[in-house]
Design a protein around this ligand. Structure first.
Ligand code: PFF
Length: 459
């Protein structure tokens, strides 16, 4: 079967950036930054990207582009069938797992965009936002309906194929996302009291930095760049032979970091405007669906036109960010089943969609009718989240860096990186050094921290 490629270099970068820019940029990065020393955290985060993120991203790009195959096959080919081939399969399944809970949150963003545009938040007392959210997620069918719509959109894009589906949607959605983010950031910065919010995000406070800050920054960099889940490897398998791998990776990392910082510009000025202390709010769903809808109403005028526009655009932004990431995760699994089991794209995509419909629905219901179903005291949603994010992701990242640094043929690496000797690669030695020593060690520590083993060992 003829394999499709992305039609342009910009399309390839935008698709990969679409994978990277997601919920992690908006619902986690800003608060993590603010609470962990502002610019000090950003500096550490950027260092993590330079020292670990980029080397691993480049390696994933390289393995994907070299093999022009789905992630499982790609690792099988470059590992010559040795046990390292399992790293590829693990990536595929980790991505699949993440997708099952990621779509649930994607669906929530649609519901909140709907509530915003219909001005439902007008005159809601601050203390009721928690109930609105809790009642919604516990509702027996409403979140599931949104979930199916969200999955339907992903399915539509995937079945259209690499160029007319993934690339075309990324070319449309990524610029849209960027302009919406800029618009919201400018609006927020114009609010009275905005400077305090910007200072919270940008003023370096090194006293807040300790070893866990560094580990948090690493974990965030990993998740945010979509590493170790086959996404970048799969997308790179559609890169043309002349696509510059290192430059594309740098572009993706820059876009991802810019959007994450811009999310802080959107959130903090409005929070400070109403006198809310960001140190008191958590990251994730609580921030996004409980604190922020209230913040937007208070800061922009309860029930006002501006509040409707701002709030709607914010949840639209989240929706687009979640959608492009979810598409990339779906594509990992679709490429895998179509190529490994010789299925037509439509059939393979339908199979993957069916699995996430089932598992995603179970995750979604785990806040309502299925809340009694728990494993180690966690509902299904958290089981999927923790297993993929805390265990499989760092483990995969570590194995990829070890494989790329120690096992993968050095000449092959250099040839592919330089596009057959066309591009200069003065950073090559540094890259290999990071892959061999820095990345495995650092990610090993993240792994120990994320799994709680660190705290256990230090007791
Ligand atoms: N990078 C996405 C985010 O920041 O939300 C999440 C993600 C997407 C993680 C795709 C992993 C992945 F393969």
């Amino acid at each position: 079967m003829e394999r499709e490629n992305f039609g342009s270099k910009i399309g390839a970068v935008l698709a990969a950036a679409g994978s990277a820019v997601g919920l992690g940029n908006i619902w986690r990065f800003p608060i993590e930054t603010g609470q962990n020393g502002g610019a000090a955290f950003i500096i550490i985060y950027v260092l993590c990207i330079l020292m670990l993120g980029l080397p691993i991203m480049i390696s994933e790009f390289l393995i994907g582009r070299y093999t022009h195959a789905n992630t499982a096959a790609a690792f099988r080919i470059v590992s010559n069938g040795s046990p390292w081939k399992w790293v590829g399969r693990m990536g595929v399944f980790t991505g699949w797992f993440i997708l099952c809970y990621y779509v649930v949150v994607g669906a929530w963003t649609m519901h909140y965009a709907f509530l915003s545009v219909t001005n439902t938040f007008a005159d809601v007392p601050a203390k009721e936002y928690g109930d609105i959210f809790n009642n919604f997620v516990a509702h027996p069918w409403l979140p599931t309906v949104w979930l199916w719509v969200f999955i339907g959109v992903i399915h539509y894009v995937i079945t259209r194929g690499v160029q007319s589906g993934i690339e075309k949607s990324a070319k449309l959605m990524m610029p849209t996302l960027f302009f919406v983010a800029v618009f919201l950031a400018v609006c927020s910065i114009c609010l009275p009291g905005a400077s305090q919010g910007l200072a919270f995000l940008l003023k370096p406070d090194w006293s807040k930095v300790d070893s866990t800050t560094v580990l948090d920054a690493m974990g965030q960099a990993f998740y945010s760049l979509s590493l170790a889940m086959g996404c970048l490897c799969t997308y790179a398998s559609y890169f043309g032979r002349t696509t510059p791998l290192a430059k594309s990776a740098v572009n993706v990392a820059v876009i991802d970091t810019l959007i994450a910082i811009m999310a802080g510009f959107i959130i903090f000025p409005s929070m400070f405007n109403i006198g809310m202390d960001p140190n008191e709010v958590g990251v994730g769903a609580g921030l996004t669906f409980v604190s922020l809808p209230n913040v937007f109403q208070q800061a922009l005028g309860d029930g006002s036109f501006l509040a409707v526009v701002f709030s709607t655009l914010f949840y639209f932004l989240l929706f687009v960010a979640a959608l492009t990431s979810a598409i990339s995760l779906h594509e990992v699994a679709t490429a895998y089943v179509t190529e490994e089991f010789g299925m037509a794209r439509k059939k393979g995509a339908a199979l993957v969609t069916a699995t996430i419909l089932v598992l995603g629905t179970l995750c979604s219901l785990s806040f309502g009718p299925l809340s009694g179903v728990t494993l180690f005291g966690r509902n299904l949603f958290s089981v999927f989240d923790d297993l993929s994010g805390r265990i499989l992701l760092p483990l995969g990242g570590m194995l990829i860096s070890i494989f790329a640094g120690w096992v993968l043929d050095r000449k092959l690496y250099r040839d592919e990186l330089s596009n057959g000797g066309v591009l200069k690669t003065p950073y090559f030695k540094l890259l290999v050094f990071s892959l061999r020593y820095i990345a495995p060690l650092a990610i090993g520590l993240v792994f120990l921290e994320q799994t709680g083993l660190f705290a256990f060992l230090l007791r």
